[in-house]
Design a binder for this molecule. Structure first.
Ligand SMILES: Cc1cc2nc3c(=O)[nH]c(=O)nc-3n(C[C@H](O)[C@H](O)[C@H](O)COP(=O)(O)O)c2cc1C
Length: 367
């Protein structure tokens, strides 16, 4: 009932009743189990396509085929779990980007979210399908480049734009020295700038805020700013349905301010991670042996990479922290328990409703 207070997130003909997209989280963090649970609660659930072959095959000849099949399997699993809205996150930086996009299209997902680079060719791989195309940007400049290029090359525009600010978890489209602040002020400025860019382009595209969105108050703050929804990652890791190990979730629950650090990833971007023994090994400049079987990321220079990011993310799943990179957003320090996806979404909706009602009361008292 209370959901009715919140406007749904409309992306073309998709209606997401609770205006929250669960962000794609690789490697194997946001699989069908999490995406399906979020979609069942009225949000949009996103399967991360990166690294689905990691730890399963070693033969590079089968990499593309196996990755496609693994993605197909996750999509079909999610479809069995939910009748709600779900899609796939496919990073531009992936060497099998085109193949994964084509697989997602064939499997008729509701949307594809693409960031970690500018998805300038995305419409080429999805022609003839009704899949919604959502791009992630970290600046109004990137949004402008995508709008102009898609219009010129394909005569179409993104169906939605996610603006990811510096508080997000995962790889970040900012320089390391821009990542110190622990408030959503920067994201608010970025969202405002991107909304203006879209308006200047005379386009009507929903803008979605991501990175540091924690509760219902944050949701309302961004809706009032003109965003049509939010994307959230970190909070969904600490849910019962997220398929990572208990050790992984416990690390989230225990995280304190000084456990959250920025590290340079072999992807060529900084990333926000939790301190683990692995980070200490990197600090000691320890050589971490690895064999690159697939060259899964365009941007990874295998010869100079100090470790394999895909392998390190895969090790995190079971809680092998001597060997793992554990991505997390700035707000991880506020998480103090593991809840179900339904409880998490319900609490955000209730906080949002409380915030709205409070604002209405203040307004009527003034009048
Ligand atoms: C553990 C983790 C893994 C992530 N993996 C990806 C990914 O594979 N692709 C991607 O585009 N974003 C990735 N992200 C970013 C999220 O999709 C989302 O945009 C971000 O977490 C939002 O910020 P928040 O964590 O403060 O809510 C990841 C984030 C986390 C926390």
């Amino acid at each position: 009932m209370i959901t009715k207070l919140l406007p749904p997130l409309i992306i073309g003909d998709l209606k997401i009743n609770v205006p929250i997209i669960q962000g794609g989280m690789g490697v194997k963090i946001s699989t069908a189990a999490l995406a399906g649970a979020v979609a069942n609660c009225g949000g949009a659930g996103t399967i991360a396509s990166v690294g689905l072959a990691q730890g399963r095959i070693t033969d590079s000849n089968n990499y593309i085929e196996y990755s496609n099949k693994a993605l197909q399997k996750e999509i079909r699993k999610a479809r069995k779990l939910t009748k709600g809205v779900f899609g796939v996150n496919i990073m531009v930086a992936l060497s099998n980007y085109e193949e994964l996009v084509r697989t997602a299209v064939k499997e008729k997902v509701d949307y594809i979210i693409s960031g970690a680079g500018l998805p300038l060719n995305l419409p080429k791989y999805t022609q003839g399908s009704s899949v919604k195309l959502i791009t992630i940007v970290s600046s109004a400049r990137s949004a402008s480049i995508i709008l102009k290029t898609w219009k010129r090359r394909y005569n179409r525009l993104p169906d939605a734009i996610i603006v990811e600010g510096p508080m997000a978890g995962g790889h970040l489209g900012f320089k390391a020295d821009q990542l110190n602040s622990n408030t959503t002020d920067n994201l608010m400025t970025l969202v405002t700038d991107v909304i203006k860019t879209v308006k200047d382009f005379k386009a009507d595209i929903p803008v979605i805020a991501a990175g540091g969105v924690y509760d219902g108050k944050d949701l309302i703050k961004f809706l009032e700013l003109g965003a049509k929804g939010v994307q959230m990652g970190t909070r969904f890791v600490a849910t019962e349905e997220c398929p990572v190990s208990k050790r992984f979730k416990d690390l989230y629950v225990a995280a304190q301010e000084d456990d959250v650090i920025i590290t340079q990833s072999p992807v060529g971007m900084p990333g926000r991670v939790l301190k683990t023994e692995f980070i200490n090994r990197l600090k000691r400049s320890e050589k971490i042996p690895f064999k690159c079987n697939f060259h899964c990321l365009h941007s990874c220079d295998v010869k100079s990479a100090p470790y394999c990011i895909a392998q390190a993310m895969c090790s995190a799943l079971k809680g092998d922290f001597d060997n793992s990179i554990v991505f997390a957003g700035s707000n991880v320090t506020r998480i103090n328990k593991i809840v179900s996806v339904a409880e998490l979404i319900k609490s955000i909706i209730e906080e949002a409703a409380e915030c709205l009602i409070g604002k209405l009361k203040t307004k009527s008292e003034k009048n």
